[in-house]
Design a protein around this ligand. Structure first.
Ligand SMILES: [Zn+2]
Length: 222
């Protein structure tokens, strides 16, 4: 399946699927309660960039049961590399899967966290099933062919509130074709959205609920 894994177009297809029920995309929990996610960092980055990436990987250790560990022959792993753009597949795909952090644009702490959260199975915040109560999408301002980034998903929100400050929330002008907002918060249209530079408490809570044994249940993943 390496052809599939290396085709970025398929990111969209997988995003449309119901990945965790259909494909078993949760990473498995070890008997000791930790969830080990092996990674390889491609030989494309400067020492400074590697530090940023490693700090992003390490940031999950401090707040959850997720442990990103260097790949040592495990079957399933993340292949972090500088491909075109910042992207990741949703949840565990099987075998090696790309997490693209294009240098230099994508090598920032919050983007590393963002793409890793996709790899753990989390959608964008503005794709949540309940988003229409919190955000109005202005489709007329979105670049044509990019509307899919604003589609509503069937998500498992893990009993966490909609969070403008999630590292998974796009900014107000994401994919704008005319410098007008593509998303406006409800009811306070001036609320700050999508400016997080670190995982929010809700981002952390969701990881813990999905993976670490706090109120977890099988179902469509957020
Ligand atoms: Zn994303």
């Amino acid at each position: 399946s390496s052809n599939l894994i290396f085709n970025p177009i398929l990111t969209l297809l997988y995003s449309n699927a119901d990945p965790c029920t259909a494909r078993g995309c949760k990473w498995k929990r070890n008997r000791n309660g930790l969830v080990y996610v092996p990674y390889v960092i491609a030989n494309q980055y400067s020492p400074d960039e590697i530090q940023v990436i490693k700090r992003g990987l390490q940031s999950f250790t401090e707040v959850s049961c997720i442990r990103f560990v260097p790949h040592e022959g495990q079957r399933h792993f993340l292949h972090i590399q500088s491909d075109s753009g910042c992207y990741s597949y949703l949840g565990r795909q099987g075998g090696g899967q790309v997490v693209s952090l294009q240098r230099p644009g994508c090598v920032h702490h919050y983007i590393v966290q963002h793409e890793l959260l996709h790899a753990l199975g989390f959608h964008h915040e503005q794709n949540r099933s309940d988003r229409d109560k919190h955000i109005k999408i202005l489709f007329e301002n979105i670049i044509p062919q990019q509307e899919h980034n604003f589609m509503k998903r069937k998500t498992n929100n893990l009993a966490t509130p909609y969070d403008y400050n999630s590292v998974m929330h796009y900014s107000r002008y994401a994919f704008s074709r005319n410098n007008e907002p593509t998303m406006v918060p409800i009811p306070d249209s001036n609320a700050v959205i999508g400016e997080a530079r670190n995982m929010s408490p809700n981002d952390i809570l969701r990881i813990n609920r999905l993976y670490c044994g706090i109120n977890t249940y099988l179902g469509p993943v957020a």
